[in-house]
Write a protein that binds this ligand. Structure first.
Ligand code: KG4
Ligand code: ZN
Length: 333
């Protein structure tokens, strides 16, 4: 089965062609980072306009690189949500048009399920049941996948997403957008123990996350200490990163113990972070658990993961009508 995946939920315009659910023939990602960088975050109106400009060339290039024509496609998978409505609409409209022209089966994919499917594209695919930590710019949540295509959300952020916290702290430190890679880069030269930022502890002991406290703590620190020299900026970045990683890893391990699940998936843009990857890897290694972490290019937004999730849904007989619409707050569980 040859599936074309289309992703445009936020600020990446992406397309990919996948065969047999695992073999990637082409994957193209057009990043809008440079457009949003001056604003320190994604500007929805600029994002949707840019998607409009580049989506046709991106799909064209992907098909050319994959050496397949539109008529060869057995299915089209498109991100239906969650995401920015204007951005989602561009991908959905293009996917529906292509599906209509060639009578190609169409399926809508949840972006978060896409992130989880990134783990199915390399190495041994995860076996159910597994616990997935999805950490991105818009979401931070723990999903229990007991069986294929069914998810139970057992924890989520009560305020900011982890990636959002990286982006906001980066802005505070004058490090630019996107914040995650910028913080990770400068943190290499800093001392992660320099500043003791608070970790959020849920009073009910549950599996939810919270990142607004640490963001405020960084903001207060920067205000109190005045203009920071580069070495101090590196210390703040390293200390923030270490605390954020600690919070994510601790909650994930606790949830795995609680549900007796010893197979984990770490995915989403923030999963590109080396400190997070290494920390969760070491926790899993110590306990003899299996951890699946997609390579970095598959952690951040891409369409290969959407094609992979779409492939499974198409194979299970799922079809979306041409009335398929973008759902900005589409839930996974
Ligand atoms: O999954 P993604 O590409 O888009 C969303 O679905 O949101 O995630 C983007 C987020 C941004 O907040 C970005 O700062 C963060 O992932 N990110 C990172 C790293 N690379 C990207 N955060 C920490 N360390 C990184 N290396
Ligand atoms: Zn994403």
């Amino acid at each position: 089965m040859i599936v074309l995946g289309i992703e445009s939920s936020c600020d990446e315009t992406a397309a990919a062609v996948l065969t047999d659910g695992r073999r990637l023939l082409a994957s193209v990602v057009a990043s809008q980072d440079a457009i949003h960088a001056p604003y320190g975050g994604v500007v929805p109106e600029l994002a949707s306009r840019r998607h409009l400009e580049v989506i046709a060339p991106v799909v064209d290039q992907t098909l050319r690189e994959a050496k397949v024509g539109l008529a060869d496609l057995d299915g089209i998978a498109v991100t239906q949500g969650p995401g920015l409505v204007g951005s989602l609409l561009v991908g959905c409209s293009v996917a529906k048009s292509l599906a209509w022209v060639h009578r190609t089966p169409l399926v809508g994919v949840n972006h978060l399920e896409g992130h989880i499917y990134a783990a199915f594209l390399e190495g041994d695919p995860p076996i159910h049941p597994f616990l997935a930590l999805v950490v991105s710019g818009g979401h931070t949540a723990l999903y229990l996948a007991r069986e294929p295509r069914r998810y139970e959300r057992i924890g989520q952020t009560r305020d900011d997403a982890a990636g959002e916290a990286f982006d906001k702290v980066s802005k505070l430190l004058g490090l630019g957008y996107p914040g995650g890679p910028a913080i990770e880069r400068i943190a290499r030269t800093g001392d992660p123990r320099a500043i003791a930022f608070p970790t959020a502890n849920m009073s009910d002991g549950g599996s939810d996350f919270s990142f607004s406290g640490i963001k405020t703590a960084v903001s207060l620190h920067v205000r109190r200490e005045g203009p920071l020299d580069p070495a101090r900026v590196a210390d703040v970045a390293a200390s923030f990163q270490a605390t954020a990683v600690k919070m994510l890893v601790r909650k994930t391990v606790k949830a795995a113990l609680r549900f007796g699940v010893h197979r984990l998936v770490l995915t989403g843009g923030v999963a590109a972070n080396t400190a997070l990857r290494e920390s969760l890897e070491s926790e899993c290694r110590e306990r003899g658990w299996v951890l699946h972490v997609p390579s970095r290019r598959l952690c951040t937004d891409n369409a290969a993961m959407i094609a992979a999730a779409g492939h499974d849904r198409l194979e299970a007989g799922e079809r979306a009508p041409l009335s398929l619409n973008a759902v900005p707050d589409l839930a996974l569980a």
